[in-house]
Design a protein around this ligand. Structure first.
Ligand SMILES: Cc1ncc(COP(=O)(O)O)c(C=O)c1O
Length: 380
């Protein structure tokens, strides 16, 4: 199979990741951070390794400020519900995934004011538009680092500067960039960064993380057992325990640690170079097919390796079905959980066909995919 659905979940995983998960299940399946015995210490060691490597990757000064979650959705819910209360105002964008929008819509019903900034035709948010919406009661600017529909990378440095200058917290959804693009929370001044393990990091599903900067105060989304300060009625205040109640996904985090090691050894530059080579060929060749419309991907704008397109007059679901059934190629059709992005791109409600690449894809696969699209364009 040609797998071009890496923005949903990356596949295949590096062999080291599979080995690490198996090893954790077979040899260190105890509870990390609970008991003091050898197996529990080994499990805790995997968790520490993942935390240390993740903190290093995102430039976090203190590794304990990286708290593990089940996915980016849980990280976003923790951040959003942790800082916003009735009477607060939040600025977000049309490019957001439902994992950002739905928690905000829910809070809107509880008296949080939500402003939604639009994007331009390339799928980019203008920083001055964010600033334009900031009011006296604005508590948070919350936006995605890269659109999961067009792949467009947003000008986070400029937006972080505005947030800092206006005294507003900044939450960045790095679900599509963490592992695919350089990130430095300390240099940029990002207050909270939501990540997922199963996309560009090439880690297992069920792993994610939220970075919270040392100055950011938030309430925990859930409280409970942390394996620490068990005599206290209230949640321990020290990180990461403050936001990490309940047994962690030990085998998953062992896999994530191995994925981060693979990323460090391979080098982000090498990964990006390969992905950008494939991406530029894919975009150029799709654009050369008569009847194919590619959304965004204007020259001079940076992208993660995600392309949305449509074949004139064809339902994206039908194209995706044909790719799967006839050509053994996996893509994702529809709205990609980002309905407002499609309204902005005029692709609502049918959505787009999304092809998303990884380091493990090849130029030959891109060429075969283009041949299939040419054929489908001809046949449908
Ligand atoms: C931009 C963006 N945010 C959030 C998510 C949610 O990620 P997860 O499934 O890991 O919760 C996704 C996943 O598709 C995404 O693309």
């Amino acid at each position: 199979m040609i797998y071009f659905d890496n923005a949903a979940s990356s596949w295949p995983k590096p062999p080291q990741v599979i080995d690490a998960v198996r090893e954790a299940l077979e040899d260190s399946g105890a509870n990390p951070g609970r008991s003091g015995h050898r197996l529990a210490r080994k499990a805790a060691g995997h968790v520490y390794e993942a935390r240390k490597r993740l903190a290093r990757f995102i430039g976090a000064e203190k590794e304990e400020r990286v708290v593990f979650t089940a996915n980016a959705t849980e990280a976003l819910n923790t951040a959003i519900n942790g800082v916003l209360k009735q009477g607060d105002h939040v600025v977000t964008t049309v490019l957001e995934h439902n994992s950002m929008l739905r928690p905000l819509y829910l809070l809107k019903k509880k008296g949080v004011d939500v402003s939604i900034v639009s994007c331009d035709a390339s799928g980019k948010i203008r920083p001055d538009q964010i600033e334009h919406h900031i009011k006296l009661n604005t508590k948070l600017v919350a936006l995605t680092h890269a659109s999961n529909v067009t792949g467009t990378i947003q000008p986070i440095a400029a937006i972080a500067e505005i947030a800092r200058r206006r005294g507003v917290l900044l939450l960045v959804d790095a679900a599509q960039t963490a592992g695919a693009y350089p990130l430095d929370v300390s240099a940029l001044g990002i207050d909270m960064l939501a990540m997922t393990g199963h996309k560009a990091f090439s880690g297992p599903q069920g792993t994610g993380a939220l970075y919270v900067s040392p100055g950011t105060a938030l309430l925990p989304l859930k409280v409970g057992g942390t394996g620490s300060f068990s005599e206290l009625e209230q949640q321990p205040e020290g990180f990461p325990d403050y936001l990490e109640s309940g047994t962690l996904n030990g085998p998953g985090l062992a896999g994530l640690a191995a994925a981060l090691e693979f990323l460090e050894e391979t080098g982000l530059n090498e990964i990006m170079e390969h992905e950008q080579l494939l991406l530029s060929r894919l975009v150029t060749m799709l654009r050369n097919i008569e009847g194919v419309i590619v959304y965004g991907h204007q020259a001079g704008v940076s992208h993660v390796p995600v392309v949305s397109f449509n074949i004139h007059n064809c339902d994206p679901a039908e194209v995706s079905f044909a790719l799967d059934r006839i050509y053994d190629m996996a893509v994702r059709p529809g709205l990609h959980c980002a309905p407002l992005a499609h309204k902005a791109l005029a692709t609502y409600p049918q959505g787009t066909v999304r092809a998303s690449l990884s380091y493990f894809n090849t130029l030959v696969e891109v060429d075969n995919f283009i041949e299939a699209i040419e054929q489908i364009t001809h046949d449908l």
